[in-house]
Design a protein around this ligand. Structure first.
Ligand code: ACM
Ligand code: ZN
Length: 358
């Protein structure tokens, strides 16, 4: 990362399929949340009818506070800041495996999700104890991670359970909220303010915009550029990713790629990565709100460091050049490819499994 001036490491530590951070106060989180019965096989789209599991138990895998310290020290020595992400209110199935009492309904299994895709079971936003629990989780996360920014997730939170839940509906009524999107905005506001009192800034994925959470939350756009533009225009600071050009968990499309993917038919070629422009469609005022940009390597199908390197490089060269070049400077992909080929040889000589350019 430091070689390419990628100076922030956003660490997605929790999801439906795993909880990867050991918290002293809540040992159940890794006891139940860091183990799953199997993983989805290559090409599972997340639709139940496509699901096939590999039958191999996975975990327990998690980081202790001491592991995190080691990584923070390593990162700091290379001028890289670490931003932890602890997701709410969606993508919490692994949390709910440990603490099913914080779901909207009873009877949840103690198993993290094995399928990809979006999970209906979410954190009960009407349960005061669930809110208090998450405050304590963020207290401990802030004690472990010293940086200013804490990512609180917010993407892909279906509202189905909240619509059926008496507690969530009671919260909506008592606060006079318009609907379930407004309930999510209340959650976002609550934790933005909570973290702000601790001197931290909350970041949420662009779905948090749906219910108008107030401008203090930093918005991390990931779907379409229009969300980055909308967030900036509403006065949020913004981090820009793009599903089509910065998601390196999507195949690059090179021949004989031996690795597995969640969406094997999709493509993010080197040229697509190089074309990324975090300022697209923004006025000068909006551009001023962009804190940075991010390429993502979602690791549900990353099984080792060779796999990881192949997915990351050379596309992250393209990302780094795209975000560190003056916006007005001309982009010459052929020239970039010539330089990338040299850089690729350098990585290969260091046994870093950089993929071919095309
Ligand atoms: C995301 O990729 N769901 C943020
Ligand atoms: Zn509920």
């Amino acid at each position: 990362m430091a070689d390419y001036k990628l100076n922030v490491f956003h660490w997605h530590l929790t999801d439906d399929q795993g909880w990867r951070l050991d918290l002293r106060r809540f040992p159940e989180l890794v006891k139940y949340g860091s183990v799953r019965s199997e993983s989805a096989v290559h090409g599972c789209t997340g639709k139940p009818r496509d699901y096939r599991g590999n039958g191999q138990p996975y975990g327990p895998y998690f980081y202790t506070a001491a592991d995190v310290r080691e990584i923070l020290d390593y990162a700091k020595a290379r001028f890289v800041t670490v931003v932890p992400e602890i997701e709410i209110p969606g993508h919490v199935r692994a949390l709910l495996a440990a603490h099913p009492e914080f779901a909207c309904r009873e009877g949840l299994s103690r198993e993290p999700r094995t399928m990809n895709g979006v999970e209906d079971e979410v954190l009960c936003a009407g349960n005061d104890e669930a809110i208090r629990f998450m405050e304590q989780v963020y207290d401990e996360v802030c004690a472990i991670f010293p940086g200013t920014y804490v990512h609180i997730g917010g993407d892909e939170c279906p509202k189905r359970r909240w619509r059926e839940c008496l507690k969530c509906q009671a919260r909506i009524r008592s606060l006079g909220l318009r609907d379930e999107d407004a309930l999510q905005a209340w959650v976002t506001r609550h934790f933005t303010e909570y973290l702000s009192k601790k001197g931290r800034r909350a970041i949420g994925w662009d779905e948090v915009l749906a219910g108008d959470p107030g401008p203090e939350t930093v918005v991390h756009s990931w779907r379409k550029q229009k969300y980055a533009v909308a967030a900036a225009e509403k006065g949020h600071d913004v981090v820009v990713s793009a599903l089509m050009s910065t998601y390196f968990s999507v195949p690059q499309g090179v021949k004989d790629d031996p690795f597995t993917y969640m969406s094997p038919k999709r493509r993010c070629s080197l040229a697509m990565a190089y074309a990324f422009n975090p300022f697209e469609g923004m006025t000068d005022v909006a551009k001023g709100r962009v804190l940075g940009a991010e390429c993502c390597l979602w690791s549900e199908c990353v099984w080792n460091e060779y796999d990881l390197a192949f997915k990351l490089w050379p596309r992250a060269f393209a990302f780094a050049e795209a975000v560190w070049s003056a916006p007005a400077s001309p982009r010459d992909f052929a020239d970039f490819e010539r330089r990338a080929a040299i850089e690729r040889r350098r990585l290969i000589s260091r046994v870093v499994n950089c993929a071919p350019l095309r």
